[in-house]
Design a protein around this ligand. Structure first.
Ligand SMILES: *Cc1c(COP(=O)(O)O)cnc(C)c1O
Ligand SMILES: [Zn+2]
Length: 405
């Protein structure tokens, strides 16, 4: 029995096949690469029941992850996050089966950790000594921390106005942090030059094939946590789209493995902020690729991605599952964030809050029915974003003053 049944890399655009035993970045045609497994062997050697007895970490799916040797795994105990029902919020939205998949409770405070754990483990296995990436914050934080554990030098470039906490996470890990007085696209150009000149490993979103594999475990977990059943709808806050591409990939793998039925997939929903909604525009027009979204702006910085490299894969996942794409306003997502805290006691991140705002809208439109099983993905902890909450009307007492009621 092998620890992993990884077999090769495949280009979803030109079908080129590449080795997993060497460093690979994009396909020569410019497309991201997808990891393929010998699923027949997995079928032979692994059962749903045996997975059920394993430790509660994303590495319980190791045969379906790309790391060949167990000793290369870099882990902080990530994964198997809670899938919880939200009865009070569900009542408010008229959704009798509303769930949260809660990535607020994971090392580094965002689901970027899944991609970092698998991506860094594979980089270690491939002998990488230095990596570089542009980031809006959370990915850089997660990759810098896991890189520290793996003794890999991490050069992280982020905009000066990225959230302070993520800068501090990189700094404290000893990461090689650089700030740029510009956007993530400017950070990307700086990283591109370093990669071209120095041969540093490019860990930019989708430019290495393994981050998707970490994120796909959210799909495996949701299905396993429902007793190997699929929900009706999964709403995902979409920026670079790695998470939704990963969840879709997991669902298709599980179908091939015969672990879920062939005739029903959850409808996948890409949720974006109105201030940055290139996927929504493309989906409305039935396009297979998105156009660059000019002057993008949203407080949900993790989904401020004006043009995603994997946009065609995101759109495919929506079309193939009869899903949709929807944008919510800043007011709608902040209102949802407050409501989730007030009704369910959970301080979620603004990106995650966008999925709840979207669930409410789709319920009102009738696109989601009252009884359907709906999963909203909360991709991070609200406490990483203190500035999104504005305090109002807080009474201040002098010593000797008391509360009347
Ligand atoms: C990066 C990020 C997203 C978007 O993730 P993708 O998988 O790249 O679409 C959503 N929420 C948070 C908190 C993020 O950090
Ligand atoms: Zn290709």
């Amino acid at each position: 029995m092998s620890y992993s049944y990884v077999s090769h890399l495949e280009c979803p655009k030109c079908q080129a096949v590449l080795e997993v035993t060497e460093v690979q970045q994009l396909c020569a045609c410019g497309s991201p690469l997808l990891v393929r497994y010998d699923l027949e062997k997995v079928k032979e050697h692994v059962s749903k029941e045996s997975i059920g007895r394993r430790p509660t970490s994303l590495w319980r799916y190791h045969e379906l992850l790309p790391v060949s040797a167990k000793e290369n795994i870099v882990t902080l105990g990530e994964g198997w996050t809670p899938l919880e029902k939200m009865p009070q919020l569900g009542k408010h939205y008229q959704l009798s089966n509303l769930y949260i998949k809660d990535e607020g409770i994971i090392p580094t405070g965002s689901f970027k950790t899944r991609g970092a754990s698998v991506g860094i483990s594979k980089a270690k296995e491939l002998g990488v000594k230095q990596l570089a990436m542009p980031t809006n914050g959370n990915a850089g934080a997660a990759w810098a921390l896991y890189a520290a554990k793996a003794n890999i030098k991490a050069t992280i470039v982020m905009p000066v106005d990225a959230p302070a906490i993520t800068r501090k996470e990189v700094f404290i890990s000893g990461g090689d942090l650089h700030l740029v007085d510009g956007l993530i696209s400017d950070a990307g150009k700086i990283v591109g030059k370093l990669v071209a000149d120095k041969g540093v490993y490019d860990a930019s979103t989708l430019k290495e094939p393994y981050r998707i594999e970490g994120k796909k475990t959210m799909g495996y977990e949701i299905v396993e946590q429902f007793g190997w059943n699929v929900p009706d709808v999964i709403l995902y806050p979409t920026g670079g789209g790695v998470g939704i591409i990963g969840i879709y990939k997991a669902l298709k793998e599980m179908q091939e493995l015969g672990w879920i039925s062939d005739n029903k997939l959850p409808r996948l929903v890409a949720v974006q902020a109105e201030g940055c909604s290139p996927i929504v525009e493309a989906w409305k027009n039935g396009e297979t690729e998105s156009a660059f979204f000019e002057n993008s702006e949203t407080c949900a910085f993790g989904i401020n991605v004006p043009k995603a490299l994997g946009d065609f894969l995101v759109l495919e996942s929506l079309y193939h599952t009869n899903g949709c794409a929807i944008a919510v306003s800043e007011t709608e997502l902040l209102t949802a964030q407050k409501l989730v805290a007030e009704l369910e006691g959970n301080f979620i991140c603004p990106e995650g809050a966008a999925t709840f705002a979207a669930a409410e809208k789709l319920r009102k439109e009738g696109w989601i029915k009252e009884e359907e099983v709906v999963v909203c993905l909360n991709t991070g902890a609200g406490i990483k974003y203190p500035e999104t909450v504005e305090l109002a009307n807080i009474p201040t007492l002098q010593p000797g003053e008391f509360i009347e009621r």
